[in-house]
Write a protein that binds this ligand. Sequence first.
Ligand code: ATP
Ligand code: MG
Length: 658
Amino acid sequence: MSAKIDSLLHEHRKFAPSPEFAAAADASPELYADATHDRLGFWADQARELLHWHTPFTKTLDWTNPPFAKWFEDGELNVAYNCLDRHVLAGNGDRVALYFEGEPGDSRAITYAELTAEVKRAANVLIKLGVKQGDRVAIYLPMIPEAVISMLAVARIGAVHSVIFGGFSAESLRSRIDDANAVLVITADGGYRKGKISALKPAVDAALQSGDSSVRNTLVVKRTGQDVEWNDRDLWWHDELASVEPEHEAVPFPAENPLFILYTSGTTGAPKGILHTSGGYLTQGAFTHKNVFDLKPETDVYWCTADVGWITGHSYVVYGPLANGATQVLYEGTPDSPHTGRWWEIIEKYKVSILYTAPTAIRTFMKLGRQIPQKFDLTSLRVLGSVGEPINPEAWMWYREVIGGNLTPIVDTWWQTETGAIMVSALSGLTETKPGSAQVPIPGITIDVLDDDGQHVGYGNGGLLVVTEPWPAMLRGIWGDPERFKETYWDKFEGTKGAKDGPLYFAGDGARLDHDGDIWLLGRVDDVMNVSGHRLSTAEIESSLVAHHLTAEAAVVGAADETTGQAVVAFVVIKLSQAEEASHEDISTLLRAHVAQQIGAIARPREIFIVDELPKTRSGKIMRRLLRDVAEGREVGDVTTLADTMVMNTIASKMRKK
Ligand code: ATP
Ligand code: MG
């Protein structure tokens, strides 16, 4: 069967950056021209321009043993030096690196000089504890400056960090510690979340309780001051930092020295330990951060709301922005603590000019209503970014109108833990944007949309998104499992009669190319529905539902159906202001007709369920496989990576009552 995906939704709105914005932007069309003319030369230029190399590289790419790539192989650099010391040496030590905002309202401005000093001490602590180049260090912390400091200290001594999101359980923590054989865990007594203290250290204690792990020590940051149990292996962060020398010289490591392992979000299945290395990763992170967001390090205040436990936090809180010398906000808590305007209050307070967040957050704010952000002064914002899921055109429009004052460019950035950095996105100063489209590969990245045989689907059609050439920030493997690495990402098109020789990277996402050649993400290939022989995308039907004024959020799945093979089943969250307006029956009838009218009868949901919440991963992505279980009347599958496991119980019991 062909992998082509029928694409039905049509969106014609377009927004160019204002002439003033475009005129002041650094990115120019030459970036695309240069990258097309000499792709490897382009990346070599970027690597030299954006980073400091202790030993310059002479080779750009070694792709003789695919899918194992080496970028800038004979070059040497220190990732932390690039994010810290060199800014201080260039005279920018007094620039604020982090405006930390704790959930209870405590705040702290940390300059590049101060951040550098802290990282040097932390690096000396790691050395004192016997951590060596290549050793793995697990980091299990809230969103506090010490998370950033720990990551950079590990990078500074050439060791490898594995950041584990603070919301994960003791078991998840243990399995990740074991998978990487970590020698040290850096954690905190606790953190603040939703107005409460949430403990972290007990999970580390529980994870290490059986005693047979590779961990020698745990280093504990005092954040909340709550009581903690104390073991022989435990050391206080502040004691240790005070006990070491303040100076630490950053020595260079090879460009391919491993930088970190990060487990994917687990939206589709068991998380994979994705391995990233140094020089190529930092090059693409810095390049995209600068050009996608039009960063002006002297004047911008940038805020990426992602947790450092996710790839977005790695590349666009830590490495990209700090390599570029940016000033940024780091916020510990949740968007609704202590009130639902907290984010907008932070933007007003720090005059944030670039905001990078996820569609799930935008849709949550849509659900609550525009009167909340409208109470705050958001006029400092000049660029808005989105990442993590397809952004529905109506959510895009709301983001632009309500948050961006009808003025700001929006960049919808497609990428993955595996790609390490942004792959498909508008450049805010150059691109005429279309609501809902991620648009074009960034300069130096080559993307195609293929059918199962590896043939181009052609303009106007949907199929499978692939990356056709290796890229600097690409994953170098799955930790400890080269076979799974090949199988998962590189075997899909082997031996097909497609247009290109050589390995193609299969991203697992569906996409459509429109008639301008712009890319529209259609959702995960695993979630594509087959209705009467038509392959329909979740993203398009969800976008149609969200376009209705009653709807705040929607998730669509295919459920087995006797007549059509699969039928569309939708789960819909209604906007709070509309919730009382009509009965659920009426809303479902309305919405079914709306989808049929907007995108065609084939896409009309067989059933629509009104729910209070959708099941999401801890990084905020909709977990459709669980809804599919419910829609088909099965026992609900593995819920361990869900943010709130109760959500599925509520939905399942609602459906049983029906
Ligand atoms: P797992 O691979 O374990 O199932 P995951 O894919 O959710 O988890 P991530 O690497 O955090 O883990 O997410 C990458 C995925 O997120 C992409 O493959 C894509 O499905 C989705 N995604 C990210 N950004 C966008 C975007 N701008 N538009 C559409 N989808 C996006
Ligand atoms: Mg994935």
